[in-house]
Design a protein. Structure first.
Lengths: 321, 166
C-alpha cells in the first residue's frame, strides 16, 4: 500500500511538473542546443575554426583516428555545442527586427528546426545571386552567418513568419560563451519602419564600407575632415546613405552635450559612426542633422585606401566621445 | 518581540496564499496544454467555407494531435496560420499533399484557363469550399505543413448544426 501511494505521489508530481514545464517552454523561453555550423562564428564558432576543421573525421590523418587523446580532444572541442536561450514572447505579435536570430520549422521537413538570422522583413527587396526578390507580406528572408555551409532562404525562398518558433537572446552554455552573443544590429529600434528598399548606388567618388563595399557618402558631401574621436579621425558629412540609425542617446563631447544616434551599415551591420540629432550649444547647432563617420570603422576612401592619418590639416572643431 | 508574532501570523497567511495561487497556476498550465496539444474550440467565420461552415460564425472543436504525427489527409478541414498574416488563423480544406498534381482555375469568373501545379515537399494545398469568395492556396501558393495548427473535428454551435462537418 505504501509503495502504491508513493508511486502515485511521484506520478502526480511528475505530471504537474511536466505540465508547468511545457507551459513555460511554450510561452516564456526554452533552452535548445545548436547543431551544425551554419551560424559560425556567432554560434558554434569552434566548428568552423581551423582546429575544428582539422578534427573532422574526413580531414584527420587515418593513423590518429583511434588515438584516445585525439578522440578526447575531439569530444571536448567539436561536441561542445552551444546551448541558447530562446524566448517566446515575440510570438505574441510577430514583430521582428532585421538581425534577429530566430528558431523556425523547416518549410520542407516539418519536424526539423533551424536557427538562422532574419535579414529581410516583409516588403523589403533582397538581392540574391542573379536577381532581386521582394519579400512578400507575412514572410521573412533568413540566412545563416556562415554563408558557405548554410541551408537557408537562398535555397528554399522566403519563409512565412508563422513558422518562427522563437527568438534567440543569449548563449547559456558553455559558460565562457555566456554573454558572447550580441545581435549585430542595434536592438530596440523598430527597424520595420525603416524598411530598406534597396541599397542606394552612388555615382562618383565615394566613401564606402571596407567590409562590404556599400557606398555611404560622396566626397562632395564631406564637410570637414578635422573631427576626431577618442579612437582616431572622424569625418563630418552632409548626407549619408545606406545606413540605419540606432537609438538616440545623450552624450557629452569635447564641445558639449549632444543627442546623437549611432549609425550602422545596412548590409553588414557594422557600426560606422553617429548622427547628430540635437546640439545643446549654440555654436554647435550647425552639426544638427549631419553625420560623422569614424575612420576606425574601416571606411574606404575614394582612392581605395583607408583614411590618411598623416594629413597636415589643423585639428579644429574636434569632437571627442 | 511583537514583530516576531506578526511574522508568524504572516507566515501562515503567506503559505495559504501561495497554495491558492499555485493551484490557480497549475490549472492555467493544464488549460494551456489542453488547448495547445489536445483539443480546443474555435470560433470561425467568413464566407470562404460555405456551405460547410456558416457565414455568420460557428464554434468548432479542433484536435491538435494528428498534425504532429503527419496524419493530415486529403479532404480534412484544418486550422492554418495564415502565411500572409501570422496573427490570423484561417480554416480551409486540404486538397493536395506533397507531390500531388493539381489544376485549378486562375479566376473562375473570368476565362477557362486552368493552372497546373505540383505541391512541393513539405507543403500542402489548402482551398476554401466556396471557390468564389476564398483567399487560399490559389492566391498565396502551397503552404508549409508546419503552419497547420489543428484539424476540425465537429461543430458544436449553432446547435441545430451540431455534428461532423460534411
Amino acid at each position: 500500500m505504501g509503495i502504491q501511494n508513493l508511486l502515485w505521489q511521484v506520478t502526480k508530481k511528475a505530471f504537474t511538473g511536466g505540465i508547468i514545464g511545457v507551459t513555460i517552454s511554450d510561452r516564456c523561453c526554452s533552452v535548445v542546443p545548436v547543431r551544425g555550423d551554419s551560424m559560425s562564428p556567432t554560434l558554434n564558432p569552434q566548428r568552423n575554426s581551423y582546429l575544428g576543421k582539422c578534427l573532422l573525421e574526413e580531414n584527420a590523418p587515418k593513423l590518429i583516428l583511434f588515438d584516445p587523446y585525439f578522440l578526447l580532444i575531439r569530444l571536448l572541442i567539436l561536441d561542445a555545442d552551444d546551448y541558447v536561450l530562446v524566448e517566446k514572447f515575440c510570438l505574441q505579435d510577430y514583430k521582428f527586427v532585421r538581425g534577429d536570430v530566430v528558431v523556425f520549422s523547416s518549410p520542407t521537413h516539418f519536424k526539423d528546426k533551424y536557427i538562422k538570422r532574419i535579414v529581410g522583413l516583409p516588403g523589403e527587396w533582397i538581392s540574391s545571386s542573379r536577381d532581386v526578390i521582394r519579400v512578400p507580406e507575412g514572410h521573412c528572408w533568413v540566412e545563416g552567418d556562415n554563408k558557405a555551409s548554410s541551408l537557408d532562404s537562398r535555397t528554399f525562398g522566403p519563409i512565412p513568419l508563422g513558422l518562427i518558433r522563437g527568438r534567440v537572446t543569449s548563449v547559456v552554455w558553455p559558460p565562457q560563451r555566456f554573454l558572447a552573443f550580441r545581435p549585430r544590429f542595434s536592438s530596440g529600434v523598430d527597424l520595420l519602419k525603416m524598411g530598406r528598399l534597396f541599397v542606394i548606388d552612388l555615382q562618383g567618388e565615394t566613401y564606402s564600407c571596407k567590409h562590404c563595399h556599400t557606398p555611404f557618402a560622396l566626397t562632395d558631401d564631406l564637410i570637414s575632415k578635422s573631427f576626431h574621436c577618442k579612437h582616431g579621425r572622424a569625418y563630418l558629412f552632409e548626407n549619408v546613405v545606406n545606413v540605419t540609425v540606432g537609438e538616440m542617446e545623450h552624450r557629452i563631447m569635447m564641445t558639449g552635450w549632444h543627442t546623437v544616434a549611432d549609425i550602422f551599415c545596412v548590409c553588414c551591420g557594422s557600426l560606422v559612426g553617429w548622427k547628430y540629432e540635437i546640439a545643446y550649444e549654440k555654436s554647435q547647432k550647425y552639426k544638427e542633422g549631419k553625420f560623422i563617420i569614424e575612420s576606425r570603422f574601416k571606411v574606404l576612401g575614394p582612392d581605395g585606401g583607408g583614411y590618411d592619418m598623416n594629413e597636415d590639416e589643423p585639428m579644429i572643431g574636434s569632437d571627442e566621445e | 518581540m511583537r514583530w516576531l508574532r506578526y511574522l508568524n501570523q504572516w507566515r501562515g497567511t503567506a503559505k495559504e496564499a501561495f497554495d491558492q495561487v499555485s493551484i490557480v497556476a497549475k490549472f492555467l498550465c493544464l488549460l494551456h496544454v489542453t488547448d495547445r496539444y489536445i483539443i480546443s474550440s474555435t470560433h470561425v467565420q467568413g464566407p470562404s467555407m460555405l456551405p460547410t461552415l456558416n457565414l455568420t460564425g460557428d464554434v468548432i472543436l479542433a484536435e491538435h494531435v494528428s498534425h504532429r504525427f503527419g496524419k493530415i489527409g486529403l479532404g480534412d478541414v484544418v486550422l492554418v496560420r495564415s502565411p500572409t498574416d501570422p496573427m490570423k488563423m484561417v480554416t480551409k480544406r486540404v486538397l493536395g499533399l506533397e507531390g500531388h498534381r493539381l489544376s485549378f482555375f486562375a479566376d473562375p469568373l473570368v476565362g477557362d484557363d486552368s493552372v497546373n501545379v505540383v505541391v512541393p515537399k513539405g507543403h500542402v494545398w489548402i482551398q476554401g469550399d466556396n471557390v468564389h469568395a476564398s483567399t487560399d492556396s490559389r492566391n498565396f501558393g502551397p503552404v508549409p505543413y508546419d503552419l497547420i495548427e489543428g484539424k476540425a473535428l465537429l461543430r458544436v454551435w449553432p446547435l441545430r448544426c451540431f455534428g461532423s462537418l460534411r
